[in-house]
Write a protein that binds this ligand. Structure first.
Ligand SMILES: [Zn+2]
Length: 276
């Protein structure tokens, strides 16, 4: 292993089998973040239909559609399948190359997407859903009558790496004067940000539209989710202001903690005029 030091960055050329990998170990010291440095709060909902829907407390949203990437992923899947059917040695070789290309494609998209968010909302606290306990996010509710093929398509699509996007966003955020925090992901797409009513019925036919059964509040369901995430992020910031320390997400499986949080969300309600 050879090393060359340039400023804070250390470049290592690591010889591994046939390929050379370039590993950049970059360390930058930044001052401890303060809540007052982050006046903006942004909730980020990640998903299949849209890579992300981000909404700040002024109600400004940024939507990023996922269709083009999904098409490309389907293309990869089709080619992989036909190569697997062939099963020849050259097909196997092409499969290895293809899987690498697919991985790099996903990684590249996730870098582009995270940068898009960070440049659009500088100096923000980004609220991200804690997806640790969520195995996959699919399009709408699962349909027991769906054909085998439809289920397979869904499974493949769910492999899009949301956690990688969140990770990229979180580690790059300080470079843009921002910060990322995790908030619990329970019922973000079923809760009404206006009146707090939480029910599956708020999503008629599990569709794109959110219609509150109680107050009639309507909106794009993914945007409603991002608003709910922004709300939860605001609570994190409030706690940070009052305690002086930024706490990590409490264990959301704890029923009491969850109930306390839900009642606080209900007190807060979302309001476009709310000034964080
Ligand atoms: Zn409502």
């Amino acid at each position: 292993m050879q090393g060359a030091e340039t400023g804070a960055a250390k470049l290592y050329y690591q010889k591994s089998k046939k390929q050379y990998y370039l590993i950049v170990a970059l360390s930058i010291t930044l001052p401890d973040p303060q809540p007052t440095d982050h006046p903006r709060i942004v909730g980020v909902d990640v998903g299949q239909r849209y890579h992300f829907v981000a909404t700040d407390m002024n109600g400004q949203s940024l939507f990023k559609k996922g269709a083009a990437v999904r098409q490309r992923k389907d293309q990869f899947a089709r080619t992989i399948k036909s190569l697997q059917r062939k099963g020849t040695r050259s097909a196997t070789r092409r499969l290895v190359a293809l899987s690498g290309r697919e991985r790099r494609f996903v990684a590249d998209r996730n870098h582009v997407l995270s940068k898009m968010l960070l440049t659009r909302f500088p100096g923000a606290i980004f609220g991200l859903e804690d997806l640790t306990n969520i195995r996959e996010r699919t399009e709408g509710r699962s349909n027991p009558k769906a054909s085998k093929k439809a289920k397979r398509v869904k499974r493949r699509r769910s492999q899009w790496s949301f956690q990688e996007l969140q990770f990229n966003l979180a580690y790059k955020a300080p470079l843009y004067g921002s910060l990322a925090v995790k908030v619990d992901a329970n019922y973000t797409s079923q809760s009404c940000p206006k009146c707090g009513h939480c029910s599956k019925g708020n999503r008629p036919n599990a569709g794109l539209m959110f219609v509150c059964e109680v107050c009639g509040h309507t909106g794009h369901s993914d945007r409603v989710a991002s608003v709910n995430i922004a709300l939860r992020t605001m609570l994190v910031r409030q706690d940070w202001m009052s305690t002086g320390s930024l706490s990590i997400t409490p264990d959301v499986s704890d029923v009491e903690v969850k109930a306390a949080r839900l009642s606080r969300y209900a007190e807060l309600r979302w309001n476009p005029d709310t000034n964080p």
